[in-house]
Design a protein around this ligand. Sequence first.
Ligand code: HEC
Length: 149
Amino acid sequence: MKLYKAALIIAIAGLLWACGSAPTTNSPANSNATSASSPKPATATPAVDLMAQGRKLYVDNCAACHKEDGKGGKITIEGKSINPDDLTSEKIKAFADDKIYGYIYNGIEDEGMPAFKDDLTEAEIREVVRYMRAEIQKMPEAGPKASPK
Ligand code: HEC
């Protein structure tokens, strides 16, 4: 009687093991399928990095006069009293990207806005404009993309 019970238990255990092992042979295929569809974070990184570069360029080259938030206002720099524009104003929001590019490139010497043509590359000026659009002026359509020609 005891022997019969033991045999039954072994038989049931064997059956359970057989059933239990079936899904485990499938699981490697399943995990391959999920890992194959996950390269999304890699494509998001460059856009974030581009904005970080524009932010750094702005902070390094523009924020001393126009302030970190772009609001500008009267300041005295090297003994000269100047009035940097509020970059968040409706007037400057309405400027085309290329017009803003031109102001940065050529400056407005008489008014104390320096020219950056010798300090920044064309690509760097574009980055600053893009940063200005997206984060200073908070224009929703100004994502990390090239300006239309
Ligand atoms: C030394 C101070 C100084 C620095 C640095 C500076 N600006 Fe200016 N900026 C000015 C002043 C002053 C004006 C106002 C000129 C005027 O009254 O016509 C101005 C004007 C502007 C204008 C508007 C022009 C207009 O006609 O309204 C833009 C756009 C601008 N600056 C962008 C920038 C950007 C972007 C940077 C950094 C790459 C920068 N500025 C760096 C002082 C500065």
